[in-house]
Ligand binder design. Structure first.
Ligand SMILES: Cc1ncc(COP(=O)(O)O)c(C=O)c1O
Length: 375
């Protein structure tokens, strides 16, 4: 066989080389300062003590885990009144996003999401060989009309993070229904509800109801945020039997570890801890919003456990400079340049100590006095 036209070394697919690898939130700050990691929307209360205990007592590490995560799916089913047969657990919801893209889209197909939609959607689309398509947003909020206008005969999957990361904004149930009704029946609507537990709005619905009534909707959830188990990498989806079947065919045979299954099962049963985490957020999200607004910063209204904060385009006051200033004090926030929002930083709601320190440090950075009141 002639090798003249062949490359001299293995070459990844062009789609793979078009991916900018996902850059996780930083975890380290300056030497000798106490670190407050507010860069990845983790829970400041940590996991349920019962989840920690279940994790620590998971032994027999030489034995493969239950490849079907049966006990965990039953516990999730009991918590939400869902049929466990229509749940799939994954190595974080990241894995499930990728599996959905792979199962439903390939070369020549399009995967649609909105302008500031979670970055993993683009990576998942490209990894599957599909073409990512972006619909513009209005005021950092997904726009149903723009999404529907971007649908073509090639669209196979629409990813909608609701609430969205990094904006924190959400679409009310009526709008999500309007999106679903406007999609051709062969297009899968993947509702990524990673932050659903935090939302306190009467007009919000995570996706459970829509999955129950539509054959082209799947909902994704995670144990990484309100349940405080990000290190263990556990997520789940609830969808139509056909989606469950497709994802089960291509997922790793043992995609959730035994300690992950044990901890997540205990976590979902500990309603008290979940409520405490949500209550903490309900206190500090509005407090941070009003304190940062009082400092003259523009805060995108959020229903999740993080805020997108816009800085002035003035020398010495820009987001990049604020980030460096905060970092020296041990406050690690998230730059969102990769989303095309270089003028903003995203910050997770932290412990009381972290939240107060953040406001005081930003007041100092901006040369203002924070009120320091309340909460
Ligand atoms: C909107 C959204 N979806 C999914 C994920 C992935 O979460 P995990 O893979 O930890 O379950 C994140 C993580 O930040 C997210 O913000």
């Amino acid at each position: 066989m002639s090798s003249a036209a062949l490359p001299t070394r293995p070459v990844p697919r062009a789609n793979v080389l078009a991916i900018e690898a996902y850059v996780p939130g930083k975890a380290h700050a300056g030497e000798g300062v106490k670190v407050h990691k507010l860069s990845s929307n983790e829970s400041p209360l940590g996991p349920s003590p019962k989840a920690l205990e279940a994790f620590q007592s998971a032994d027999a590490l030489e034995i493969y885990p239950d490849g079907s995560s049966t006990g965990l799916r039953e516990a999730i089913g009991a918590a939400y009144g869902l049929d466990p047969a229509r749940i799939v657990c994954g190595t974080g919801s990241d894995e499930l996003i990728n599996l959905i893209a792979h199962a439903y889209a390939g070369p020549g197909d399009e995967v649609l999401y909105s302008q500031y939609g979670f970055l993993i959607y683009r990576i998942a689309a490209l990894t599957a060989g599909a073409t990512p398509v972006v619909a513009p947003e209005k005021d950092y909020r997904s726009d149903v009309d723009a999404l529907l206008a971007a649908v073509t005969s090639r669209t196979r999957v629409v990813f909608l993070a609701n609430p969205n990361n990094p904006t924190g904004t959400y679409l009310p149930f009526d709008e999500v229904k309007r999106l679903q009704r406007g999609l051709p029946p062969n297009v899968l609507l993947a509702l990524d509800a990673a932050y659903a537990e935090y939302v306190r709005r009467n007009d919000y619905e995570s996706g459970i109801e829509l999955v129950a009534t539509c054959s082209n909707v799947v909902m994704l959830r995670t144990f990484s945020k309100v349940h405080g188990l990000a290190a263990l990498r556990v997520g789940w989806l609830y969808g139509p039997a056909e989606v469950v079947d497709a994802v089960n065919r291509i997922r790793g045979a043992f995609n959730v570890s035994a300690p992950g299954i044990a901890a997540a099962t205990a976590a979902i049963r500990d309603v008290g801890h979940l409520e405490a985490s949500v209550a903490h957020n309900e206190t500090w999200l509005p407090w941070l919003t009003s304190e940062l607004t009082a400092l003259g910063l523009t805060v995108t209204p959020s229903v999740a456990n993080f805020l997108l904060v816009h800085f002035p385009d003035l020398p010495g006051k820009r987001a990049r400079e604020a980030d460096a200033f905060l970092m020296q004090r041990g406050l690690i926030l998230r730059r969102v340049d990769a989303y095309g929002i270089p003028g903003a930083l995203r910050l997770s709601v932290g412990t009381e100590e972290a939240n107060r320190l953040l406001v005081a440090t930003l007041a100092e950075f901006l040369g203002k006095t924070g009120t320091g009141h309340g909460a």
